[in-house]
Ligand binder design. Sequence first.
Ligand SMILES: [Zn+2]
Length: 232
Amino acid sequence: MKWRNTYISDFIALIFPELCQACNQNLVQGEKLICTACTYDLPYTNFHLHKENVVARQFWGRIDVSMVYVLLYFSKGGKVQNLMHRFKYRNAPLIGNKLGSIAGAQLLQRKPADHIDMIVPVPLHPKKLRSRGYNQSAQFAQGLSGPMNIPVDMDNLVRVKHTDTQTKKSRFSRYENMQEVFTIRYPEKFKGKHILLVDDIITTGSTLEACGIELLKIEGVKVSLAAIAYAE
Ligand SMILES: [Zn+2]
C-alpha cells in the first residue's frame, strides 16, 4: 500500500482541523488562515477611499505624509484582536502576509493613486528579531508587495536603540523615548523616492512618526504610511 501525502494530511486535519485565525471555526478546503466569511466581514476601514481619515488627521502637524492607510479597526475581544495576538505570539508570520495581500489589493484602488517606489517596514532591534524570529511589519510589507508590485527594502532603515515597552507612557514621553531610535544607513538609496512606511498596529503613531522624521531628512523623499490595524 502506498501512502500519499494527501491521505496523511486529510487524516491529520480530521484530528487537528485547521482553524480560522479570526473566528476559530474550521477552515474548509481551499481556505488558508482566515475563513471566507471573516475575509468579507472583518472591520475594514476603507481608508484607501478616504484621504482625510481619522488616522491621517492624527499625523497632521507632526509629520508631512502623503497618505495614511490602515486595513482594519482593532477592538478588544474582536476578530482583529485574535488575528493580531496570534500574529504576534503564536509564531504565525503568514497572517501578516495574508493581511498584506488584502491591503495591497485595496491600495491599488486608492484615490488619489500617486506612484510609490518602495515599501519599508519599521525595523525591530536585532535582539528582538532574534527572540521573536520574524518582524511583523516585514511580513505585512511582503504581503503588500505582491499585488502592488513594489519592492520591499528591509536593510536601509535600521533600529539602533532598543526601547522599553511603551504601553504606560504618555504621548510626549513616548515621543522622547523614540528620539534617535532609528537611522538610515545609505540615505542616497532613498533620495527622491516615495516610500510606503509600514507597521503592524498604529496607536499613538509615535514609532511611524520617528521613522518618518528620519526618512524626511533625505532630499526629495515623500512618505506614506500603512498599518494592519488602528487601535484608538
Ligand atoms: Zn473566520
